[in-house]
Design a protein around this ligand. Structure first.
Ligand code: PAF
Length: 287
């Protein structure tokens, strides 16, 4: 696996690959890789001639400086895992390489991300999706992939990136990949490594509550389903739901009645102590 540190290294590598008509799959990450990331890589490897992954903890998408400071960084392990998974090249730039002159110098452009960026994460993490759009669009322009792979744990992020690609006119296919879970059901996340062993034991209650609520939803209202999930998780010591919204998966707008949409998803964010975990579940899927 080739390690690329600069934009010009990537441009050279990409033009060589395009010169031989190779298709390029791209897996953007912030590192601290787990089996969820590797499942994206596996899919990318199976669908493209060449796979580029990026490892870059993007400062502009963190609205909380402490979250940025404590975000896990494990570059050596990440490179080993990516190489073993069959990645052709990894792009791991410095902050200065991506934002020359500092991040403030690059703050001008406002992305049109649509209504999907205003709710849930958009509401609770102001500026987060502008930061995601900024880095993902930049990486897309540098890597110029045919396909890019994202995990459905960040369900809203995928919708926002699809909107960004449309409004910025970027020619790339966005591929959504299913959530990977630990054996006890906890959605895999780089942030799981920050949980204490006690918190790690309790965290699977998030998915347990979501999963049980799918059956419950068949005979209860949207509001009752919402409440049963929130009450169950809030009853766990040290856990607090920040938001749980049951939404039309196509627009991310909240629904009041199940009949409002053929595709309904519940998106949740829970604080386990100071660690913020997200997850989601489908209540109704289009036939
Ligand atoms: O999902 C993530 O890890 C990040 O938001 C992404 C897409 C790599 C952009 O920094």
């Amino acid at each position: 696996m080739i390690i690329l540190r600069t934009v010009s290294d990537v441009s050279r590598f990409v033009s060589e690959q395009k010169g031989r008509n190779a298709s390029i799959g791209f897996v953007p990450t912030m590192g601290a890789l787990h089996a969820g990331h590797l499942s994206l890589v596996e899919k990318a490897v199976s669908e493209n001639d060449v796979v580029i992954a990026s490892v870059f903890v993007n400062p502009t998408q963190f609205n909380n400086p402490n979250d940025l400071a404590t975000y896990p960084r494990k570059e050596e392990d990440d490179f080993r895992l990516l190489a073993e998974a069959g990645v052709t090249a990894v792009f791991a730039p410095s902050v200065e390489e991506i934002y020359p002159g500092g991040v403030e110098a690059h703050a001008g452009h406002k992305f049109d991300l649509g209504q999907a960026a205003e709710v849930m994460e958009g509401k609770y993490r102001p500026g987060h999706f502008q930061g995601v759009a900024q880095i993902v669009s930049l990486l897309f322009r540098i890597v110029t992939p045919d396909r890019a792979y994202f995990g459905e744990k960040d369900f809203q992020q995928i919708a926002v990136i699809r909107n960004m690609v449309k409004s910025e006119n970027i020619d790339v296919e966005i591929i959504a990949c299913p959530i990977k879970r630990a054996d006890d059901g906890l959605a895999l996340s780089s942030r799981n490594s920050l949980l204490t062993s006690e918190q790690r034991k309790l965290a699977p209650e998030i998915y347990a509550a979501l999963k049980d609520s799918v059956e419950y939803s068949l005979s209860h209202s949207v509001q009752a389903t919402h409440d049963t999930v929130v009450e169950r998780i809030d009853a766990v010591p040290g856990m607090k739901v920040e938001y749980f919204e049951i939404v039309d998966a196509r627009t991310l707008v909240k629904i009041d009645e199940w009949e409002e949409s053929p595709w309904v998803v519940g998106c949740i964010t829970v604080y386990c102590g100071d660690i913020r975990l997200i997850d989601n579940i489908a209540y109704r899927l289009p036939k």
